[in-house]
Structures are given as C-alpha cells and as structure tokens.
Design a protein. Structure first.
Length: 220
C-alpha cells in the first residue's frame, strides 16, 4: 500500500496534468500544489520514478506512468466519494468537505469504499461537480466550458465549480449556482468584466469574469 505522501503527490501530478495535458508538470508548480519547496518535490519525484510510478525529466518535469495514473485515480475516487458521503449522509456543508476528505481519503479501505459507492447509488460526480473515477478505467471526457465564455440568451446547466476554497463555494451557493442548477445568461459584458446569470426560478445575479471562469457549464 502506498503511503499518504506518495498518494498526495500522484494525485497532485494527475490534477496538474489535466490542466496541461500535453506538457510535463514542472517541479515548481508541483511543489506549490503540494506545499513544499521545489527541492523536496524533486527528491520525491525521483523516488516515484525509481518505483515506476512517474516519468521524470531533469529541468523538464514529471508525468505519471500508467501505473501511477491508476493509483492517482483510485485516490481521487476515494476523495470524491468521501466528499459526497459527507454531504449527502452526514449533512456537512459542501464548502468544508474538501479538507475533511483530504484526511479521510488515505484511511478508507476498498471494502468501505465499495459500501459507500453502493449507498450513494453509484454516483458519477462529487458535490462540486468533479467526476468520480470508476473503479476501473478513466472518467469519461466531458464537454464543458466556463460561464465566462457563454453568450447572452444561452440556457445552461451548472456542471462543476473548479475553485473549491470555502469562501468561493459559499459565494456560489449564495448566488444559487450550484452544480445541477439550470440558468439563463442574461448578459456577458467584456467591457465590465461581468456576467449576469438568472438561475431558474430565482433573481438575476452578477459575477465578475474571474469568478465566472471558475464555473463550468454544459448545455441545458
């Protein structure tokens, strides 16, 4: 069984790869994501490379091997199922479950994870709209774009919130733009750097362009 530190690194590398699929993950960016200095990240990545979990190029960066990706996906599966369990079963607010899941993801056995998955009726996304990797294989690709790129009059469904900091999630909750909500784009004003959105059955809300870029949508 991999240590919690190994699992954290593999998960972070996987997430960084999703942001830039065609490039190696630089050590500086990985170090920032994990919360260590670049030298520490490089030492760990070299150890992961020796274990066959990562491909590493000096002065270039790192990329997961197939084995490393499988382990990273398993960690993400645990994390996101735990988040949904904490919200749906224990009633925690969606803005606080990320930090809790960061701790619990390393302690959940496969047996318990399977029971949680069955209890939640085999969900495909977590409370923030992030895809839950299947027990085997990779998550299916999804066609999504940011709210900031939507045009006036479009009918959209909120699919995912990429910024999971508690403050931003609470803000999105107050706006009524949580995943699953259907809304209409009333205006997108590049000059004002703002987007006006009307959730179905509610009043119009205004988001700055930076905030709207963190809300991913799909066609309603």
């Amino acid at each position: 069984m991999a240590s919690s530190t190994v699992e954290d690194y593999l998960k972070r590398i996987y997430l960084e790869q999703q942001r830039s699929p065609d490039t190696l993950v630089p050590m500086g960016r990985l170090a920032e994501a994990v919360g260590v200095v670049p030298g520490t990240a490089t030492t760990m990545v070299k150890a992961l490379a020796d274990s066959g979990l990562v491909s590493y190029e000096p002065r270039g960066g790192a990329r997961l091997t197939r084995g490393g990706e499988q382990l990273a996906l398993h960690v993400l599966r645990r994390h996101r199922l735990v988040e949904l369990f904490l919200v749906k079963v224990l009633g925690l607010d969606w803005s606080e479950v990320h930090a809790e899941a960061e701790e619990l993801e390393h302690a959940i056995s496969d047996k318990v994870l399977e029971r949680i998955d069955a209890l939640l009726d085999r969900p495909s996304v977590d409370p923030h709209g992030d895809p839950i990797p299947p027990a085997k294989g990779r998550p299916a690709p999804a066609s999504r774009r940011s709210l900031a790129d939507c045009e006036r009059g479009e009918s959209i469904r909120i699919a995912r919130v990429s910024d999971q900091s508690p403050g931003f999630l609470q803000f999105i909750d107050r706006c009524g733009l949580t995943p699953g909500i259907v809304a209409t784009v009333d205006a997108n004003d590049p000059q004002a750097d703002s987007v006006r959105v009307r959730p179905r059955g509610k009043e119009t809300v205004t988001l700055g362009a930076a905030a709207a870029a963190k809300v991913l949508v799909e066609v309603a």
